[in-house]
Write a protein of this length. Structure first.
Length: 270
């Protein structure tokens, strides 16, 4: 499980290569920044961190190892390269990005333990792991699996995974919480937003917070990142939560059948 001090909302940076946006998001109040080798923007994120007025020790920084870099030696070498790009001595959380390509739990995960022992990472995470893959991963790690980053939003609530994570002390971090903007077109979300006179984005994020899930929405502008962060102050009442929980349509935006099975999410227990 992640430390209780980890902020409830993080900043996703997939597709973001503007250091000034990173810096301004931090200055607006973000303290959790998520990037990845696959995004190709670790240098931009590092520059944004350096430009911000926020001290490095106050930022919870996460990155992910590309699936092609998951052989033991590659994990060690590419993580050091990621640290150089980010301009930091350590990251707070390092994920396996996808359990694909060169992922072999018996080879990949001991490298994460070694990086943790060396102080180059503080917590071990995985991403896009099913409950079964989580259990397998933990059996190959000395360190606890602190977090699993997966797609979660009102049309993909990940109920079975949430139950497993709660029972085993694994934090869930939600990417794609706004469905690449499509959450604005979900009638149930729009209805709750109109009731509270807020954006559908705030509603979707507040719903995740109610589920003890840490969302990491991406923002394309300072106005967007500020609006997303404001979800922390939105209190949904039981009727609001029930309305979103009652959505029976399923959609996976970031589909990968090699992990999840069928595209509508049913294979993962939805």
């Amino acid at each position: 499980m992640l430390p209780e001090s980890v902020p409830p909302i993080g900043l996703g940076t997939a597709g973001v290569d503007d250091p000034d946006l990173i810096a301004r998001a931090l200055d607006a109040g973000y303290r959790f920044v998520d990037t990845a080798q696959r995004y190709g923007n670790e240098s931009a994120v590092g520059t944004g961190l350096a430009r911000s007025d926020v001290d490095r020790e106050d930022v919870f920084l996460a990155t992910k190892v590309h699936e092609r870099n998951l052989a033991y030696d590659d994990v060690l070498s590419t993580t050091r390269t990621s640290l150089d790009r980010l301009g930091v001595d350590f990251v707070d959380l390092l994920y396996v990005h996808w359990p694909l390509e060169n992922y072999d739990p018996a080879e990949t995960l001991p490298a994460f333990d070694e990086l943790r022992d060396e102080g180059l990472i503080r917590h071990v995470g995985v991403s896009n792991f099913t409950p079964e893959l989580l259990a397998e991963a933990q059996s190959h790690l000395d360190a606890p699996v602190a977090a699993n980053q997966v797609e979660i939003h009102p049309l993909l609530p990940q109920r079975r995974l949430r139950t497993y994570a709660r029972d085993h002390g694994v934090a869930l971090v939600a990417y794609g919480p706004l469905m690449v903007g499509d959450v604005f077109d979900v009638p149930e979300v729009r209805s709750v937003a109109e009731k509270h006179d807020v954006s559908p984005a705030r509603v979707a994020l507040a719903w995740l917070l109610e589920k003890d899930v840490v969302p990491i929405p991406r923002g394309d502008s300072v106005d967007h990142v500020r609006d997303n962060l404001a979800a922390r102050s939105l209190s949904l009442d039981p009727a609001d939560v029930a309305a979103l929980d009652g959505i029976d349509r399923r959609r996976r935006v970031y589909d990968n059948e090699a992990v999840w099975g069928d595209a509508d999410g049913r294979a993962s227990g939805e």
